[in-house]
Design a binder for this molecule. Sequence first.
Ligand SMILES: [Zn+2]
Ligand SMILES: [Zn+2]
Length: 193
Amino acid sequence: MIEIETHVESAGEHLEHLTNKFAKRNLNKGRGKQCSNCHLRLDHNMRNCAIDKYLTSEQCGDPSKHPEERSLMDSATKNLKMLEKELRNKTNKYDTRLKGLNSARSSFAQTIRGALINSKKDNYLVKTGSGIFVPKSGLVNQDIAKLEKHFHGKVPDNVPEMSKTFQSIIQILIKKNFFILVLLLSNIQREKH
Ligand SMILES: [Zn+2]
Ligand SMILES: [Zn+2]
């Protein structure tokens, strides 16, 4: 991503450099008739041109009259456009992937949240001073994360029915983690001896 951005930047700088060199605006401005000898727009023609024929558009500012220099600029433009397109495509792909990831994540939490809270209200809700019940966000989010792990991020079919198993899944995960912890500790103890 950063690599392609750098390429676009340097391709842009290259084109700008060529433009400044071969297509200087101030040399070829004005609406006067262009002379086919000097390529300037000074309202004269090649018959009464007093200027030596220019061999490069560095002097006349009109690369369209100098095929080699024009093709240099054309290929620099083409290269820049190609890189810009590549960057756009990559950015789009990245955005789409991120969106997909975020929506999968938030939709799991959104779909599960209510059912989880309902599966053990006294555990997840706390009564505020004004008498309304609000969820304990920290605990709710922790348990959503456990369920998300258990279901591999996929919302289970029939959430209301499945929600009856939520608490035992969470308890098993807690026990499993506890068991792993005990195992780790006993290994450490054993290593000490
Ligand atoms: Zn001229
Ligand atoms: Zn010229």
